[in-house]
Structure formats: C-alpha cells, structure tokens
Design a protein around this ligand. Structure first.
Ligand code: UDP
Length: 367
C-alpha cells in the first residue's frame, strides 16, 4: 500500500490520502490481507511491515521548489521499487501517489498495480491523458470518473466511495448551535461563501482546517507579516487573508485552525450541519461521509461527488446556488440526524470499502 512520503498515516490532523489509507488498511488486515505500508517512518498505523525513505512527513514541500518536490516523490518511489525488486511475495501494489506513482511503478514490470485516483482529474489531464499502460485505476466517485480524460475513463475499473471509521462508532455529543466547514482552507472548498451566508443569516459558523500547511493563527501570522516568506503569495494564504479574514469577526464566524483526533470529532459531531459550498467538482468528499457518520447533516452545492453521497431532503441538502444554500440552512430541522448515521453505517464503513477493494484486488491478481 503506497501512501507516499508527505504525511504520517494516520495523519495527526488534516490529511486526505493518508486518511483513506488509515481507514482501509485495518479493515483489509481484519480480512487476512498482509499489508506492507510504504509511507514515512513516523507513521503509527498498525501494519505487517512499514517501509520508508524518510523518517518523517515531507509535507513542508510547499516551501520547496517543484524539482525538489519531485525529488522527494522519486526517492520515496525508489524505496518502493527496491522492495519490489528484492522480493517476490508481494501480490499487488495499491498506489495512492498522484502523477509520478503510476509512471514509476509501471516501468518496473512487477506485480499488478492498482492506482486509486484522488484528484479532480482535469487538474492532471495532460498526464492522465497518457496514462501508463498496465496500471489499473479506480476512482472515488462516479462523477470523478465521468470527467476524466477519455483514455482514463475507458480504463477505469469503476469507483469506490470513501469511508470513515466514525461510521462504526457510537459517537453521541450534545448538539451545539454552530455550523461547520471542515477542510483545507482554499478557494475550491469555498469557506468564504459559507462565511458570507452565515454573516447574513446571523448563524454561528466554525471554519476548521489548515491554510497551506499552517495549522494555527500564530503560524499563519508569521507568513502574513513577512512579504519575503515563501508562502506569502501562496494562493491559499492569499485566499484566507483576502477573502475569508474579512468575515472573521471573532464572534459569529471563527477560524479555529487545523483540528485533529478527538478534538476534531467533538467539534464536528456537535455541529448542527456541515457546509460544503464547494467551488470545484469535489472528487471524494471524506468530510461529507464523516459528517453523516456523526449524525451531522451535510449541506452543499450540487457538484462533484456530493449528489452521490447526499440524498437531498433525507440525509442532507443539495443546492444549486448560494441563495438556495442559504434557504437550506433555514430548514435544518426537517433533517433527521439518525437518518444520516444509518446511511453512513450502510454505505460508508471501512468494511464496505475494504470488501469492494478486495473484489478489485482479486480480479487483478487472477489475471
Ligand atoms: N481534516 C482534519 N482536520 C482539519 C481539517 C480537515 O482532520 O482541520 C480532515 C477531514 O476530517 C477529512 C480530511 O481532513 O478527513 C480532508 O479530506 P477531504 O476529502 O474532505 O478534503 P481534501 O482531501 O480535498 O483536502
């Protein structure tokens, strides 16, 4: 299982791919799969073997030039490749490392490789349009696959929705008054839209998530105050400072930085609703299924994977405009949190995801 060199698995707080791997691996091991995890040395996930080229996560990449970022990815993949050459007991490689992962692994000619697509594929259209042969791929939603370049869409072995261990837990936290946006702070996730609506309606809103790898207001301040800081003009930093900060009045709309572990779960579980005013075609939506698992109805714009995850009027609301989104927030009492939990227990548990992946693994190793 190749999770890449960027963050620990599981991640301490924010972490998309690493979260997916941390959710999938325990369920696979329960089903008797021997898992060798390629990640960083500080990863704490229980696995049969851990291989790593780095002692700790390299996510500070954002401050590094592009060739250095690629260098880190390649050093990590060289470690994976060395392991694959050294031994013949690995039946399949499940790869999650965008762009360079499949290219390097396809050149090895070893065991079959399944590459899970995690991104909005138009972003990498040039690369994925010439996807290396011999690599099997799956998506994390139907809408992601539907928008993929032709060659990739034709090759994809369907999609498997994301899951969360929260769907198996009985988390009962007293509901608060606040609404939440949980996710990286960036224009794609649309925190400013949520902030604008909540200001207008007088609803308390909590924004949680890192800004370009900065987890706290103090960390971000260092970047904001120093025009020579390498992140000073980063688009996510500019977005936060220019488009979100004007709404942060310290009262109704708050940014709490990145949250992790129990703190994240409690903050999320006590929300009245989780907002997804997304400005892109969200490919997988981990935070959506997490909200449902916690009995927090998701309310978002009808884009990307959201219509596949949310049943409008039953497990959340889908809106076609900012105005409609605002109207939905006034109808939250129509939704039953139990219905969200039930849906998550039925569709978004690690077991459901692991069974689907096992089917794919078997199909690929049989050939
Ligand atoms: N997350 C977190 N702490 C934060 C913000 C986000 O733990 O402060 C988690 C969130 O709960 C989810 C993941 O990071 O598990 C984000 O995944 P998602 O697919 O929603 O977003 P993306 O991968 O596009 O950033």
């Amino acid at each position: 299982m190749n999770a890449g060199p960027w963050l620990d698995v599981p991640p301490a707080g924010y972490g998309g791919i690493e979260n997916v791997v941390a959710t999938l691996v325990p369920a696979l091991r329960e089903r008797g799969v021997h898992v060798v995890l390629a990640s960083v040395g500080s990863s704490g996930l229980d696995v049969d073997e851990l291989i790593s080229a780095y002692d700790e996560g390299q996510f500070t990449e954002l401050q590094k030039p592009y060739n250095q970022v690629m260098g880190i990815a390649h050093a990590h993949l060289a470690r994976v490749a060395a392991e694959l050459r050294r031994r013949d007991d690995i039946d399949l490689v499940h790869d999650h490392v965008e762009v360079v992962g499949p290219a390097v692994l396809s050149a090895l000619g070893g065991p079959p490789v399944l590459h899970t697509l995690h991104w909005d594929l138009r972003k990498h259209a040039a690369f994925y349009g010439a996807f290396p042969p011999g690599i099997a791929v799956n998506g994390v939603s139907e809408s992601q696959i539907a928008r993929a370049p032709d060659a990739l869409r034709a090759a994809a072995l369907g999609s498997i929705h994301l899951a969360t261990p929260l769907a198996d837990r009985e988390t009962r936290v007293e509901r608060g008054e606040h609404l939440m946006v949980m996710g990286r702070v960036c224009a794609l996730k649309g925190q400013h839209v949520a902030a604008r609506i909540c200001q207008k309606l007088g609803l308390p809103l909590v924004l949680a998530g890192p800004v370009s790898g900065r987890d706290t207001a103090a960390e971000l301040d260092v970047v904001a105050q120093n025009p020579y800081h390498p992140l000073h003009s980063h688009p996510d930093v500019r977005y936060h400072l220019d488009q979100v900060t004007p709404y942060l009045d310290g009262d109704l709309v708050r940014w709490v930085g990145a949250v992790g572990g129990q703190e994240r779960d409690d903050l999320y579980a006590s929300a009245r609703a989780a907002l997804f005013p997304i400005q892109w075609d969200e490919p997988g939506g981990t935070a959506v299924v997490e909200a449902m698992a916690l009995g927090v109805p998701p309310v978002g714009l009808r884009r990307g994977c959201l219509p596949e995850l949310i049943d409008h009027g039953r497990t959340g609301f889908l809106a076609d405009s900012e105005e409609e989104l605002a109207e939905c927030l006034l109808r939250l009492d129509e939704l039953d949190p139990e219905e969200c939990r039930r849906e998550a227990r039925r569709r978004f548990t690690p077991s459901v995801m692991a069974d689907r992946y096992l089917e794919l693994y078997e199909r690929l190793t049989r050939n």
